[in-house]
Design a protein around this ligand. Structure first.
Ligand code: BGC
Length: 385
C-alpha cells in the first residue's frame, strides 16, 4: 500500500521524483540525473550502492542531531556546518534537545524547506517513521548517522563506527585492566549500558558481553548486584545523573564493608565519569573502568590511570567521510558500503559504511590522536607535547 501511495505521490511530481521516490537505493537510476546518461546508466560496481539520481550543486542539506549527550555530537554540529559549506552546500544543522517529538518536527520542517538530502542522528531511531516516509516520497535520500533508523524502509545508508566492535573492545579492555591489577580473580564488576531508545546501546552491550559473559559463566567475574541484562543496566537518555544514581544504589546495597568493586563496564566516557563519582563518594578505591568517545576530561583521566580506557571514534574523520558521500550522492555517483548484512532495522537490512573504532589506554593515549582534534589537544596538554 505504502509503495503504491508513494508512487502516486511521486507521479504527480516528476519523473525524477518517481524514480527516487519508489526506488531502492541499491539500483542505479536510469534517467533524470544531472550528468550524462552514459554515467547514470553504468552498472553499479560490486561493493557500492547508488542512492537516488543526483541533485543540484549548492542544495540545502538537513542534518538533524539528537541531544548533546556526549561531546561527539557537539563536535559534529560545527564540523557538518563548516564542511558542508566548504563543499558548496547550504547546511541546516539542528539539535533535537527536546527529544523525539522535537526531532519529528525538525525533520518535517527540513523536508518542507526543500532539503535535498537528510542526515539523521536519531534521539529515538524508531520514532521517525512518518517523517522519513515523507522525505522518501519527496525523493530525499536519508543517511542514518551514527545511530540506525529503525522500522522504516525510508533510510538509504547507515554510516557509523562499528558498534559491536566498540563493545568487544570495551569488554576486552575491562578484562585486560583487571588482569593488570595483579589481584587474583574472581573480580567483582558492575555493568552499565546506554539509553534503550538508542539503537547503538544493544550492539555496544552485546559486543561487550560476547567477551564478558563467558567469564561470568566460569566464575572469573562476579556481578554482585545480579543486574546483567541490557534492560537492567540501561541508562535512560544517556544521562550521567541516572548512571550515578544507579551506581550509588548498587554500591550501598552490595558493596558494604570490605567488599571491593574491581571493575565497571561503562559504554561511554560521560557515564564512566558518573560511575567514578559514585565509587568515590562510597569511599571505594578506583575500579578499572571503560569508556568511549575520547572526551577531553576522559582523555586526561586515561593518561592519569583513573579511567582505564576510552575509544577513539574521531568525529572529524567521520563527518569528513559523510560529507564526501553527500558530494558523491549529489553528483549521482555510487558510494562504497562495507557491511550489507548486520544492520537489520526490522524492515530492511540497511547497507552500511562502517569505520573502525580504536581502543585507547594509557599505553597509546599520547600517540593515538590527531593533533588537530579536541582529544589530540587534551592529550598534548597532559602528555606535555
Ligand atoms: C554514540 C556514542 C555516545 C552516545 C551518547 C551513541 O549513539 O555512538 O558515541 O557516547 O550515543 O551520546
Amino acid at each position: 500500500m505504502k509503495k503504491i501511495a508513494t508512487a502516486i505521490l511521486a507521479l504527480g511530481a516528476s519523473a525524477s521524483l518517481l524514480l527516487t521516490g519508489c526506488g531502492s537505493s541499491e539500483r542505479a537510476a536510469t534517467s533524470a540525473a544531472p550528468q550524462s546518461s552514459a554515467t547514470s546508466e553504468a552498472a553499479v560496481p560490486e561493493g557500492m550502492i547508488k542512492i537516488g539520481s543526483g541533485f543540484e550543486a549548492g542544495a540545502k542539506i538537513g542534518v538533524s542531531l539528537p541531544q548533546k549527550t556526549s561531546e561527539n555530537w557537539v563536535l559534529a554540529e560545527g564540523l557538518f556546518t563548516d564542511q558542508l559549506k566548504a563543499a558548496g552546500f547550504d547546511p541546516i544543522v539542528q539539535f533535537a534537545n527536546g527529544g523525539a517529538p522535537e526531532q519529528q518536527n525538525q525533520i518535517s520542517a527540513m523536508v518542507e524547506q526543500g532539503v535535498k538530502l537528510l542526515v539523521v542522528g536519531a534521539v529515538d531511531g524508531s520514532q521517525l517513521g512518518s517523517q522519513l516516509e515523507a522525505a522518501k516520497a519527496a525523493g530525499i535520500p536519508v543517511i542514518a548517522y551514527d545511530r540506525l533508523l529503525m522500522n522504516t524502509d525510508a533510510v538509504d545508508l547507515y554510516m557509523a563506527y562499528d558498534n559491536f566492535k566498540v563493545g568487544v573492545l570495551q569488554g576486552t579492555a575491562l578484562l585486560e585492566g583487571l588482569e593488570k591489577t595483579g589481584k587474583a580473580s574472581p573480580w567483582n564488576i558492575e555493568l552499565i549500558s546506554g539509553s534503550p531508545d538508542d539503537a547503538n546501546s544493544k550492539p555496544f552491550f552485546e559486543g561487550a558481553m560476547s567477551i564478558l559473559q563467558p567469564k561470568i559463566d566460569d566464575g572469573t567475574l562476579k556481578v554482585l548486584s545480579g543486574q546483567v541484562t541490557q534492560q537492567q543496566t540501561s541508562t535512560a537518555g544517556w544521562k550521567a545523573a541516572e548512571a550515578q544514581k544507579r551506581m550509588d544504589a548498587i554500591l550501598s546495597a552490595n558493596y558494604g564493608g570490605d567488599v571491593q568493586l574491581h571493575g565497571v563496564l561503562s559504554p561511554n566516557d560521560t557515564l564512566a565519569r558518573a560511575a567514578l563519582t559514585a565509587v568515590k563518594s562510597a569511599g571505594k578505591p578506583n575500579p578499572v573502568i571503560t569508556g568511549q568517545d575520547s572526551e577531553v576530561e576522559s582523555v586526561k583521566l586515561v593518561f592519569q590511570g583513573v579511567q582505564y580506557s576510552t575509544i577513539d571514534k574521531d568525529t572529524k574523520t567521520f563527518v569528513t567521510k559523510v560529507v564526501e558521500y553527500i558530494g558523491k550522492i549529489q553528483k549521482g555517483e555510487p558510494v562504497e558500503v562495507n557491511d550489507t548484512k548486520s544492520y537489520d532495522n526490522g524492515v530492511k537490512i540497511v547497507p552500511a559504511y562502517l569505520l573502525t573504532p580504536v581502543i585507547v589506554t594509557k599505553d597509546n593515549v599520547c600517540t593515538q590522536y590527531a593533533a588537530d582534534t579536541a582529544a589530540g589537544k587534551a592529550a598534548a596538554q597532559v602528555c606535555g607535547k
